[in-house]
Design a protein around this ligand. Sequence first.
Ligand SMILES: Nc1ncnc2c1ncn2[C@@H]1O[C@H](COP(=O)(O)OP(=O)(O)O)[C@@H](O)[C@H]1O
Ligand SMILES: [Mg+2]
Length: 259
Amino acid sequence: MSDSVGQVIAISNQKGGVGKTTTAVNLAASLAVAEQKTLLIDMDPQANATQGCGFQNGNEVEGGNVYHTLIGQKEPKEVILQTKISYLSLIPSHINLTGAEVEMVNMIAREQKLDGLLNQVKKDYSYIILDCPPSLGLLTINALTAADSVLIPIQCEYYALEGLGKLLNTVRQIQRHLNPKLQIAGVLLTMFDGRLNLSRQVASEVKSYFGNKVYKTSISRNVRLAEAPSHGQPIVLYDILSQGSQDYMSLAGEVINNG
Ligand SMILES: Nc1ncnc2c1ncn2[C@@H]1O[C@H](COP(=O)(O)OP(=O)(O)O)[C@@H](O)[C@H]1O
Ligand SMILES: [Mg+2]
C-alpha cells in the first residue's frame, strides 16, 4: 500500500429515516468487497450501524465503543472490531454515546475530538465512513469536522428537500470555522421507485437543485435492504444478487472513481 491516507466520508442528513445508516453500512461493505480497506464508525447512539454489522450490545460493545474514545478513555485501536467482511472494520456505538454530547460540552476543542482520533488511524485505511445521528448536534459537528467530504442521502418522498437548507448552512459554517477542506461528496437518492411519479418528481427536483453533485447511482427501494440488518449482515452478505446490493456496489464504484 502507498502512504496515502484514508478518505473520510460523513453520511449526514438531520432527517431520520432517509437511508443514512443503510448507506453507511452498505457503502462501507461494498468498498471493502472491492478490496478497499474500510473503517465504518457508528456515530449514532441508536447504534443501528453496529447492529447492521452483526454486533449487539454485548460486553464487547458496551465496554469499548466510540463513546470511550471521544471522552478520552480509550484509544481508537482498542475499540476497533473486525467484521465478517475481511476488509471491513467497525468502531461500534452504544446508547451511552448519548452522554458524550453532554460530557464533551466543557472540553477544549470539543468539535475536533473525532478529527484528532482519526489522525491516529487514517493511514491504516483507504476509506473511513461515518454514520451520523439524525441531528446537527455535537456528534454530527465532530463528524463533519473530521471529514473530507459529506454524502447526503435524500429519500425520494414528500418534503425531501425540507431541512436541507439547514444542513447546507451547517456545512458552510463548518467550512468557515472548523474544517476548510470539507466538500460535498455528493447527493444520493434513496428508496427510489421508478414506477412512482413522486419518486421521479423528487429525483428531477433534486437534480435541478444539486446538478452534477447528484450521484449517477440512485438506490432503489428494495425489501432485501430493509431485511438485512435484522440478520446482522450488510446486503453483500445477505443477498449479493439483490438490486440493493448491485446499487450499493455501483455507488462504491462511483466513490472510488471520484477519487
Ligand atoms: N433502499 C431501501 N429500500 C428499502 N428500505 C430501505 C432502503 N433504505 C433504507 N430502508 C429502510 O428504511 C428505514 C430507514 O433507513 P435508515 O438507513 O435507518 O435511515 P436513517 O439512518 O437515515 O435513519 C430502515 O428501516 C431501512 O431498513
Ligand atoms: Mg441511522
